[in-house]
Write a protein that binds this ligand. Structure first.
Ligand SMILES: Cc1cc2nc3c(=O)[nH]c(=O)nc-3n(C[C@H](O)[C@H](O)[C@H](O)COP(=O)(O)O)c2cc1C
Length: 364
């Protein structure tokens, strides 16, 4: 007997009560809704009994898939940026996600850009954000994972954990590699994979690290350090922590070719495509006034471009690809998987459609 709440009921409650309530919080400030959601999920994740309730309401799994030596209980993960500091660590497995990417964390804690820095484009089902890596830093992330007994491969959070690492704003671009290295050293024995974020539009100069020369030094150094740490670690049977590289949707094809060549030759385990876009195509008329807000655009206006990039990337590399960007329906996820993605991730779709979307994707 399936004890789960019926899907249509979950959707009706989210559409009728959940989303309207969240969208009204803080006078409509998306960041207030975001913080409230995380508080709420952290609370529900805190005890086995509450997690069982989450499972009953929202739990689901999909077809198992293995990528970079990691087993995933379904195709869909939570994209980076939603739970930057792993606050709701224990909840995500009980919402149907097969993995979660925490972060982006940086070598040093930092406050990010001044608010307002997140904007809902409601008619377009999109979001513009210029958060600027507000986070507690990679040392705090390591302490948090430690506190919960998370070790690579032990699934202490109920699902594989990725951590996205980026550059501290105050660190000069020339010293970026050391900043990423500091984070890798703190997290390599805890995360199931690490994602190198060189594609956020909200840290000045960051995206220049996608250039072949810079990317090559960065990925080679991090992959080399991961190998050295694995060799010296009691967990060495697991091998080095897999390192993924997350790219922007705004790169020219030739720049993607170069980045892929670097990822392959430098030993990356996979590619995550894509981050948010600086483009402003596909906005509904009502949202045009918000188009001038600086930041990266996500959600439905990104669907077509992200899929196009994923299609290009999968046909130009042998590395596994995680498809992300504008997955707002199960059909969008299907199209991303048909484009060759090994896994998919979402963030904005979760804002607009809630956990019912995760369940629908698991049922594909
Ligand atoms: C508010 C917000 C914050 C984000 N922060 C990060 C981040 O810290 N690191 C990262 O790699 N991507 C970040 N992203 C990008 C998402 O992970 C994802 O790549 C992008 O939003 C496209 O997917 P979506 O359309 O499903 O949201 C952020 C997105 C949003 C909306």
């Amino acid at each position: 007997m399936d004890l789960h709440l019926p899907g249509p009921l979950v959707d009706a409650v989210y559409d009728g009560v959940g989303r309207p309530t969240l969208f009204r919080l803080g006078g409509g400030d998306p960041e207030v809704a975001h913080e409230t959601t995380l508080d709420w999920l952290a609370w529900w994740g805190r005890t086995p009994a509450r997690r069982a309730v989450l499972d009953l309401a929202f739990g689901s799994t999909g077809q198992p898939v293995e990528v970079a030596g990691i087993r995933f209980d379904g195709p869909v993960g939570l994209a980076a940026g939603m739970d930057k500091n792993a606050r709701a660590l224990k909840a995500w497995a009980h919402l149907g996600f097969s993995h979660v990417e925490f972060g982006t964390v940086t070598g040093h804690p930092q406050p990010g850009n001044p608010p307002p820095r997140m904007f809902r484009l409601k008619s377009s089902h999109g979001v513009i954000n210029r958060m600027g890596f507000n986070n507690d830093g990679s040392a705090a992330m390591a302490a948090r994972l430690e506190q919960h007994g998370v070790r690579r491969g032990n699934l202490a959070a109920g699902l594989p954990i990725g951590v996205s690492i980026g550059k501290t704003k105050a660190v000069a671009l020339e010293d970026a590699v050391d900043d990423y290295l500091a984070s890798l050293r703190r997290l390599a024995h805890m995360a199931d994979y690490l994602a190198i974020n060189v594609s956020s539009p909200n840290t000045p100069g960051l995206r220049s690290l996608q250039g072949a020369g810079e990317l090559s030094v960065l990925v080679r150094t991090l992959v080399g350090e991961a190998a050295a740490r694995a060799a010296a670690s009691p967990q060495s049977v697991l091998g080095p922590v897999p390192i993924f590289v997350k790219i922007a949707p705004d790169l020219e094809w030739s720049a993607i070719d170069e980045a892929l060549a670097v990822c392959e030759s430098a030993g990356a385990a996979g590619v995550i495509a894509t981050n948010t876009t600086l483009g402003r195509d596909g906005l509904a008329f009502e949202d045009r006034p918000l188009a001038t807000e600086a930041g990266g655009l996500s959600g439905a206006p990104l669907t077509a471009r992200a899929r196009e990039v994923v299609s290009y990337v999968t046909s130009h590399t042998r590395l596994p690809v995680v498809g992300v960007g504008g997955i707002m329906t199960a059909d969008d996820a299907r199209a991303m998987l048909d484009a060759g993605a090994a896994l998919v991730q979402l963030y904005t779709g979760f804002i607009y459609h809630g956990p019912g979307l995760v369940r629908d994707i698991n049922r594909l």
